[in-house]
Every structure is written in structure tokens, then in C-alpha cells.
Design a protein around this ligand. Structure first.
Ligand SMILES: [Fe+2]
Length: 368
């Protein structure tokens, strides 16, 4: 493959001269014999409940705040995640719930070691262990390694022949799915690429007409990860399957336990069928909702990563997707730590909840 032209003055990401990884301890390790027990039911008290809504511990001193789009995504400068006290972490949970996704640059988080990293993310809930994705070579079952390089094209090959852009919330078929989640970038493709797309599920819900929103409230849908398991089984004897197929029934409209905002809780990767609807009816409604999430760039943002960038996001109020748009063979290396949260809370069905009257745009246009 010919090397891409580097323009005078072009900024490229750091790479070692021999193309070895910047973080060898975090190289992916696959153990086909590894098994893990389900975590089981647990009581969740969201860290955001304890947070001071003026964010005095998170946004202090030189902190700068830059919204990436009106409805989702905020970049925060001048804050080190690894230095936050417990009150600062509570405020982090609340701000992630409000803004969906938070981006922090030049973080020490990737250099503080597995145990210190896990201690921080455990603040938000018990840590998830992925059913098939790799762990770091140096050990830690809760770390999920994200790795793509010419020496390990396992992930890249799994996307061959289909779009890598797949909107989802991680592991929604868990009975208590993920909440506050961290991705820490260790090494990015040299020029650009590998961004994460994020969509606000709160705005996805709000932007539907009030009558359609009421139609969705009270419905539940089946979430299952059988497709992911089937894809992993294609690796034959090297396939890693720590747990069986997961399936759960969740409300289609949920309420965030702290902000009380309603959010659309479906995604095209895991949501399979609306309970009580015939298959064609379910396919039609879910197909519309999946399109709605994918096409509405007016409530999406895009996260660009440098080495040391951490993304902290709340999976209950967002969907996200990878991009996989950089040249095949380039190294992209990150890890994810995922806290599990509450059982999804159904939105109440209200005959007249006044939502339409609160929507200035709709009242101006006489749409209520
Ligand atoms: Fe994901």
C-alpha cells in the first residue's frame, strides 16, 4: 500500500520508528477457554444523584467547556480525570447524563495502571466483562481492548462486506445495561479516522411528534446479542465465548434515573422485536426508529481521538457507532471500561403530559 502524502506542516500522530505499539501491555489477548459468570441482579444508586449541579469539583480552576453540538457532546479542557475526588466523579456522572458524551484531552488516565483505572470507573457501578472482546495481554478481565492493525485484522475482517457504521448502545441485552462508560485512546491512526459518532437518545425522543411519542410509551422490545455471538463463532476454534447469548426485554422509552429525561432506548444492533406486535408491524416501527437515529445528524456529534483522549459517556441517553474509515493496516488501539447501571426505567404513559405545549417550535407552528 503506498504511503499517504504528508503535506508540509501536517500534524501526524506519534508512532514508534519500528511500528511497535505505544502500549504493549494493552495488546489484545484472546483466550477461547475463558468463561465468566453473569453478574446477576444488583442494586444501583447512580453517582449523579449525589452530584452538586454547579459542578464545583469537576469544573474548577482552569477548566474550559466547549459544546460540540447543541444536543450532545461537550469537550472539557484543563481537567485530569485521574485527579478527580469522589465528588468530582459524582459530578462527572451528572454532566455525562446531561450532555450524553464528554471528551477529555491529554489524559494521564491511560498511564495510571489497570487497578487505578478500574477503581475510578467502579465509582459508577460494577464493571462489565465483555462476552467475546479481548482483554489486555498483561491481564484485567474488565478492560475491553479495541485493537486494529495489520498484524491483527480480526475486527476489521468481521466488518468485511457490511457497513461498519452500526448505531447501538453497548450490550443493551444485559438486564442492567451499561451506564457511565470510558474509552481511553492509546494510539490513533497516523493522520485521521477512527472517530466515534454519538447520537442523543433524549433528542431522538423529543424530536418525534407528541402523538407518536405517546404511541411508543408503554411498549417494550426484545434486545439480544445472538448476532454478535454468531459473528464471533466465525473465528472457529479461536472464537472467544465467555457467556451464552443474552436476551432482555426493555422499555422503548426509558427515563434517566437522575435527570428524569425520557430517552428512546432502541438500537439496530441489539433491538429485535416490539413485544406484542406482529413481526411486520415491529419491523416497520423499529425500521423507522433506526433510520431516525441514523439520519438525524442534527442531534449527533463526532468524537476525534488523539493518544490520551478519554471519552466518558452515558449509554442510557445516547447511541454511538464506530467509523473504521482509516486505511486498513494502520494501528488504532484503545480500551473501554464499562460500568453497569439500573434496570431500564419505563417512561410513564400519560394521556396529556403537556409535552407538546412545552415545545416552542411546535406551538409556534400550531402543531399541538
Ligand atoms: Fe460500542
Amino acid at each position: 500500500m503506498p504511503a499517504a502524502t504528508v503535506l508540509p506542516g501536517q500534524i501526524v500522530r506519534p508512532k514508534l520508528a519500528d511500528d511497535s505499539p505505544l502500549y504493549p501491555d494493552y495488546m489484545p489477548h484472546y483466550d477461547p477457554l475463558e468463561k465468566v459468570e453473569d453478574i446477576g441482579e444488583f442494586e444501583h444508586y447512580d453517582a449523579g444523584h449525589r452530584a452538586d449541579p454547579t459542578f464545583p469539583n469537576l469544573l474548577k480552576g482552569d477548566a474550559q467547556v466547549l459544546d460540540l453540538s447543541p444536543h450532545v457532546g461537550t469537550e472539557i479542557r484543563g481537567v485530569q480525570l485521574s485527579q478527580l475526588n469522589e465528588a468530582g466523579l459524582d459530578e462527572l456522572a451528572l454532566l455525562a447524563a446531561k450532555r450524553g458524551a464528554l471528551v477529555f484531552r491529554d489524559q494521564e488516565f491511560g498511564n495510571i495502571g489497570f487497578e487505578a483505572q478500574k477503581k475510578i470507573v467502579r465509582h459508577f457501578g460494577p464493571l462489565h466483562i465483555h462476552g467475546w472482546a479481548p482483554h489486555p495481554k498483561a491481564g484485567s478481565d474488565e478492560h475491553m481492548v479495541i485493537y486494529d492493525h495489520k498484524d491483527d485484522l480480526r475486527v476489521r475482517k468481521s466488518w468485511a462486506g457490511r457497513s461498519p457504521v452500526q448505531w447501538h448502545t453497548d450490550q443493551s441485552p444485559e438486564s442492567q445495561p451499561p451506564g457511565t462508560t470510558f474509552i481511553c485512546m492509546l494510539e490513533s491512526p497516523s493522520a485521521a479516522g477512527g472517530d466515534t459518532l454519538v447520537s442523543s437518545s433524549v433528542q431522538a425522543y423529543k424530536s418525534l411528534s407528541p402523538r407518536f411519542r405517546k404511541r411508543l410509551e408503554g411498549l417494550t422490545a426484545i434486545h439480544a446479542n445472538g448476532d454478535g455471538v454468531a459473528q464471533e463463532l466465525k473465528n472457529g476454534e479461536k472464537a472467544v465465548l465467555r457467556r451464552g447469548v443474552l436476551q432482555a426485554e426493555h422499555p422503548i422509552v426509558i427515563v434517566h434515573p437522575v435527570t428524569k429525561e425520557k430517552a428512546l432506548y432502541v438500537n439496530p444492533v441489539y433491538t429485535k422485536k416490539i413485544v406484542g406486535y406482529d413481526q411486520e408491524e415491529s419491523d416497520c416501527i423499529l425500521g423507522f426508529l433506526f433510520d431516525h437515529i441514523a439520519k438525524r445528524a442534527d442531534f449527533q456529534c463526532r468524537i476525534r481521538y488523539e493518544a490520551g483522549t478519554c471519552l466518558v459517556w452515558d449509554q442510557r441517553v445516547t447511541n454511538h457507532s464506530q467509523t473504521l474509515d482509516y486505511p486498513v493496516g494502520e494501528r488504532r488501539h484503545a480500551f473501554r471500561l464499562t460500568s453497569l447501571a439500573n434496570k431500564p426505567i419505563p417512561a410513564l404513559v400519560e394521556e396529556d403530559d403537556g409535552e407538546c405545549a412545552k415545545d416552542e417550535m411546535r406551538t409556534q407552528l400550531n402543531l399541538c
